[in-house]
Design a protein around this ligand. Structure first.
Ligand SMILES: [Zn+2]
Length: 437
């Protein structure tokens, strides 16, 4: 009888112990428009949360849990988070309090283990208002006027470094993270682009934090990007596989995305190619969307071809033709988008190369060459790159120049404010691209 009781006690205490989850570690990833707090937990937990004001704070209660220690506090410049503290409640439960700098929205969820981390409890903090793309402003201004536009704009290239924060991406054999090398390469590429006249880069991710895939597209739209370039480094189970490749959106990915845009058109304030799908007849909307997607895809294939040409000068190219896949970040219907796998980080020699800043510099210049080649073919109207220069040589007349560039003599005359037909040898004139006539 006594023995039985002891056995019973042991059973109860061990079952209580088995249920106790430990919170071992906290990581904080601050992004410009959100902060992610990640708690490493020894297993799935039951949690509740609520917010309090005056002062603002978020309270998370975790059942049957014990904190090892809070080993991290937010940086003073964190936009949302002031501090993290904890206390034991009802003997077995843990209360975690996030002290906030202002009222915020938040999302709390648990993540399953991945190759890098175990179970996690994640809290995303972000602003209560989310920026919307303006409804009544077309994304690209189309000038029908043949007069010289007063101000020519730069082409805008959105550069998206893959992964980030708690998502390391692929991991090389000696422990190099994809998220780190692609961010360095993206920053390098942005710097190279910004040195070019008529081109401007926008970095979608600037630091070590994660951005949801759809939000990467949104950010590119907010910046009115003319081109979206996502940078990654592949991994494969066979470490011998190496080389770079370039992807565009697959037909299947495009059609499923079209269905999504059409389904959402009623409440979408977004624009496709400068046209709102809202209040459009179903058929008209689908035709407009299809036209826009087809044009973007053609442009994406063109830019990929140019980039592959550039990459072949740097090293081995894994696939010489443009690849297609239903990657979410490539799904903008009206922004030509490509994804560059810069190499296989799972290959020891490519892991080493991607970690070397000299190699990344070479790769960045090769990608830039590709982008420049593309904009020679597809410079959007109203941009500095859409102009060509012609220096007048002996024998040139307005009509021979017009013929050569397949444009009307009158348009050249108006654009350059030339009176009559008088040209001077050595004079530079500008030939507008012919896309708006
Ligand atoms: Zn990746």
């Amino acid at each position: 009888m006594r023995v039985l009781l002891i056995n019973c006690l042991i059973f109860i205490s061990s079952s209580v112990l088995a249920k106790t989850v430990t919170v071992d570690n906290v990581r904080i990833w601050a992004a410009p428009d959100s902060t992610r707090v990640v708690f490493d937990i020894s297993g799935p937990v039951k949690h509740k949360f609520f917010t309090l004001s005056g002062p603002n704070r978020t309270v998370i209660d975790i059942k049957n849990s014990r904190l090892v220690k809070i080993n991290n506090q937010p940086k003073s410049q964190d936009k949302y988070l002031k501090g993290i503290r904890s206390a034991i409640r009802n003997k077995n439960d843990l209360r975690i309090v996030l002290d906030l700098k202002k009222p915020i929205k938040h999302k709390i969820f648990q993540l399953q283990p991945n190759e890098r981390y175990g179970h996690r409890l994640v809290i995303d903090l972000f602003d209560t208002e989310i920026k919307q793309v303006k409804k009544d402003e077309p994304r690209k201004e189309i000038k029908k006027d043949t007069q010289r536009p007063t101000k020519l704009r730069d082409v805008i290239i959105a550069i998206d470094a893959g992964h980030g924060g708690d998502d390391p991406g692929a991991i090389g054999p000696s422990g190099v993270y994809e998220k780190d090398v692609v961010l360095k390469l993206a920053k390098n590429l942005a710097k190279d682009i910004n040195k070019e006249r008529g081109m401007r880069a926008v970095l979608i991710r600037k630091g070590d934090y994660y951005i949801k895939l759809r939000n990467r597209i949104m950010k590119a739209r907010e910046h009115k990007a003319d081109l979206f370039v996502s940078i990654h480094a592949d991994a494969f189970r066979d470490p011998r596989v190496r080389g770079s490749s370039v992807y565009v959106l697959s037909k299947k990915g495009a059609s499923s995305e079209a269905a999504k845009w059409l389904a959402e058109k009623e409440n979408s304030s977004d624009l496709v190619g400068g046209v709102s799908l809202e209040n459009k007849d179903e058929l008209v909307a689908s035709v407009l969307l299809d036209l826009s997607q087809t044009a973007s895809l053609e442009a994406s294939i063109d830019v990929s071809t140019h980039v592959i040409k550039g990459l072949r000068k740097v090293g081995k190219v894994h696939k010489r033709s443009v690849q297609s896949a239903p990657f979410v970040v490539l799904k903008s219907p009206d922004i030509p988008s490509i994804l560059i796998e810069t190499g296989f980080i799972s290959n020891p020699s490519e892991e080493k190369k991607l970690s070397d800043h000299k190699y990344r510099k070479k790769m960045s210049l090769a990608i830039l060459q590709g982008l420049k080649g593309y904009f020679r073919d597809f410079a959007p109207e109203g941009t500095l790159l859409s102009l060509r220069k012609h220096i007048i040589e002996r024998g040139d007349t307005l009509s021979t120049i017009a013929q050569r560039y397949q444009i009307s003599a009158n348009r050249i005359r108006k654009y350059n404010r030339i009176k009559g037909d008088l040209l001077r040898v050595g004079q530079t004139i500008i030939i507008p691209r012919n896309t708006d006539t």
